[in-house]
Design a protein around this ligand. Structure first.
Ligand code: ATP
Ligand code: MG
Length: 463
């Protein structure tokens, strides 16, 4: 069953029960108070006749009462204490007689003796009196139930009309409401079906700020992410095949030449050397890609240990110094003493080698590369700053993407794959840290690493 029908049906059943029960109670109360009012009015009228009789009990008064009542829609019957009719505004009929014969108590204030307006012909009250001469008697008041039944049947008609109108309005409102409520759900269902079929180009409207709106936003974000991943995967595969095709074309071409008989042994060795270099290139690329794939699957393990980051950095710098010296790039190292970090040294060596390799690759002679390590409370900040070529602002958001290189042609010369920074980012992420970059074209670049929640020296001992 469709959700709009289901929702509408539930709404209808709930509101119908509420409406029917409140209509029922309202109707009952209105009828009850209407009949009560009639009975009270009848009783008061009987009481007022009694008052008059108690003041003056003579023929003229009785006649006057009789005449008065014959002009109204109520009837009066006055009897003596043994039930003999003294006077009446109308000939006493069978139904009246039945009431007159029912036993009842004496009551000065009047008594309701017949209130059944549905099945009887009259509703009736009685008030007892004691005439000035000491005689006792009763003033019976009657009112035909026809009139009450007529009023109540008119009331019923109004109630039925109102109920039908309410049900009609209710159905209309429920129809609109369930459509409005289920429309975003139906859109989301269609969107998720499209996503499950591999079509991520969905666009869901931002409908509201409630849970349904949030769900819609989440589905939209999911679709956008999947779309981005799909695009990235295609681009990634395209870049890899490109990266592999170039060295393999070299290898094939030089192998072709090296195989010929008419070339000198020196040339052959030269070609074999190129083939060796290019194979190395492919092999390194595949190793790095394999590393990244392992990081993606979270199968690469990180074994953290307490590392004195200044000493650790110094040993890395010692390895890099000759390369920097030969290019004429100065290295500067500032470190806050006794800074301990909880890191995997092998992975972190990869991080710094990549960052320093970039700083060297993209800097000119007579520039400075500075590494600064500071510690504030439990947070370690590591800045690797160079005075190199810088990165254009439009490329900055993508430099941590796989195989992304700013200057493709130059990078082939310098031999980069565009994988270094993505590996760096994966390792930092796996350590729960963050890495960001600031760069100005032709002025330099600064990579900032923040490692959070690392234990300080004293607390570390307890762990
Ligand atoms: N310090 C830097 N100064 C200027 N540009 C940089 C710097 N570091 C990175 N880049 C730019 O970002 C791109 C991506 O860097 P990344 O280290 O990922 O790749 P790569 O150095 O080209 O190749 P790989 O590191 O895989 O050998 C580089 O191609 C370069 O254009
Ligand atoms: Mg690099």
């Amino acid at each position: 069953m469709k959700i709009s029908i289901k929702l509408g049906l539930w709404f209808f059943i709930c509101i119908f029960i509420i409406e029917a029960s409140s209509m029922f109670f309202l109707h009952r109360n209105v009828v009850h108070s209407l009949v009560n009012e009639e009975l009270n009015a009848l009783k008061l009228r009987g009481n007022s006749h009694r008052d008059v009789i108690e003041i003056s009990y003579d023929k003229a008064t009785l006649h006057h009462i009789k005449i008065m009542e014959s002009q109204t829609d109520t009837e009066v019957v006055i009897t003596n204490d043994v039930g003999k009719v003294i006077t009446s505004s109308k000939t006493v009929d069978k139904e009246m007689e039945k009431i007159l014969n029912t036993k009842h108590e004496e009551s000065k204030n009047g008594l309701i003796i017949q209130s059944d307006w549905q099945d009887e012909r009259y509703i009736s009250t009685v008030s007892s009196f004691q005439a000035p001469n000491g005689e006792i008697g009763f003033v019976y008041m009657f009112k035909s139930t026809d009139q009450i039944q007529h009023v109540i049947s008119r009331l019923n008609e109004h109630f039925i009309l109102a109920s039908v109108l309410i049900i009609f309005l209710m159905l209309f409102t429920i129809f609109l409401l369930s459509k409005a409520l289920t429309k975003p759900l139906i859109l989301m269902k269609e969107a998720t079906r499209k996503i499950s079929k591999g079509d991520f180009s969905v666009s869901l409207p931002k409908t509201s700020n409630d849970e349904i709106g949030e769900l819609s936003t989440s589905i939209q974000i999911l679709a956008n992410d999947l779309n981005y991943l799909k695009k990235e995967r295609n681009e990634f595969l395209g870049s890899i095949s490109h990266e592999l095709r170039t060295p393999l074309t070299y290898i094939k071409g030089y192998a072709d030449i090296a195989k010929r008989n008419n070339i000198s042994e020196k040339d052959r060795l030269h070609y074999i050397h190129i083939i060796y270099e290019e194979s190395n290139h492919v092999s390194n690329l595949l190793t790095e890609l394999f590393d990244l794939a392992k990081m993606d699957q979270h199968t690469f393990s990180i074994s953290k240990e307490k590392v004195n980051i200044c000493l650790f950095m110094q040993s890395i710098l010692r390895k890099m110094e000759p390369a920097f010296e030969s290019k004429g790039v100065k290295l500067e190292f500032i470190c806050q003493k006794e800074t301990f970090a909880h890191i995997d040294p092998i992975r972190f060596e990869q991080v710094f080698l990549n960052l320093l390799d970039n700083a060297l690759k993209y800097s000119d002679t007579n520039t400075l590369t500075a590494i600064e390590i500071t510690k504030k409370e439990n947070i370690i900040d590591i800045n690797v700053r160079d005075q190199g070529h810088g990165i254009p602002a439009e490329d900055l958001p993508y430099i941590f993407d796989r195989l992304y290189r700013v200057d493709k042609s130059r990078s082939r010369l310098t031999g980069g794959y565009g994988l270094g920074l993505s590996i760096v980012k994966e390792i930092i992420d796996a350590h729960g840290g963050t890495i960001s970059v600031e760069s100005q074209l032709n002025k330099g670049t600064c990579f900032k690493i923040t490692l959070k929640g690392l234990y300080d020296e004293n607390r570390f001992a307890d762990r």
